[in-house]
Design a binder for this molecule. Sequence first.
Ligand code: SF4
Length: 465
Amino acid sequence: MIPSVNFHLWQPCNMRCKFCYATFQDVKRSILPKGHLPKEQAIDVVRQLAAHGFQKITFAGGEPTLCPWLPELIHAAKEAGMTTMIVTNGSGLTDDYLSSLRPHLDWVTLSIDSLNEQTNLTIGRAITGRKPFTADAYCDLVDRVKAHGYRLKLNTVVNGRNWKEDLNSFIRYAQPERWKLLQALPIIGQNDERIDDLVVTESQFDAFVRRHAQLTDITRMVPETNAQVRGSYVMVDPAGRFFDNAEGKHRYSLPILEVGVPLAIQQMAYDEGKFEERGGVWDWNGSRSGLRSRITLSGEVASGKSSVGKLLAERLGYGFTSIGNATREAAQARGMDIVSFQHACLDDPEMDKRIDRAFAAQCQAREDLVIDYRLGFHFVPDAFHVFLRISESTATERLRNSGRVGECHTTLRERNATFQRQFQQAYGIDYTLAAHYDLVVDVDGMDSAEEVVQVILERLVHTVR
Ligand code: SF4
């Protein structure tokens, strides 16, 4: 049995993407003028799907966040033991809304096709009558979703307008756990009158995928051609009927509430082999609790955090991430250089705090990770925390040896003091206190990163479960 199901619970949408294969005008015309079931019936559909054995449910639309009783549907699914996900264009995801869904919603999938406003306008990826999201707005959206602790997936429809674009910087910034790439899919009766100039060939689709192939180091990329998609998704329409698209148009079953799931699903042509081949089974319920495998590195200026972190990650076969890179990527994704971005952060300390929250959530979402982050002990609390201490004289000598012109005891002292002041003001903490750490390594007298890594590894052997 295919264990996951997409419930397109709500036909209305506030956008008009020309490639949208879930317009459901046929459903509105023929069976369900309002475009959605009454609340109690929709909840009943969810319960019946869970009782049949579906393990994961994805709530889609139209735009599902427009449905006033989406929270209750998610609650019903979670109560019945399912992993829960929404696919959304993001327009309804205020902080309050995200906070209200959090207890029962596991995953948020954001549909993001381009950061180019003109592209989005042309394809219809904009709230009707309004401007499309800016790149900055998409970055903030990702930050918010992560700051609320959701697992993040992105969906991108590769189409005639975006297939030459480059989303590498944005995806590196967003760091979704999964990134699904879909080829714009013509479906008779849904989008066939509008999709023509958005259709792409498989080789154009492949070119887009190849352009982003290096992102596999930070995300699970899931490219799906139209041939792979057709017939391999179990879907339920707004009227509570299964439907498939195996023949290039929607074919609907009898309503689940009339005949029950077993009979209704038998009427469909779902291809389980194809579902498995496209990687439809994955660890959507995977635990994020293996915190023993996260190591944070803090330390004073010139203590060698970054080189020690990279070497430690290499020795352990872990990934490596740093707040410095995350900040640079945040700047780049907003089209700013790092200096202007830092000035913007000084003007608005909330920006820094948002980056901290988003970076912390990224770290929490990954395992087997070495994290170069002065505040790691505070934001990634269950990791193994290391502090690298260095004397001013050794640090100054290191900076001079590395060719940093103009560095002296005074500049070094100022830089260390700035970090301390900044963290005190923002969070009321002194990051240099030994009490915050599992291990403090005095790096004076250690000639290489290798020596420091050895000390850390020896301690880890005794503490990693
Ligand atoms: S936002 Fe989603 S549901 Fe709405 S038109 Fe676009 S693809 Fe379709």
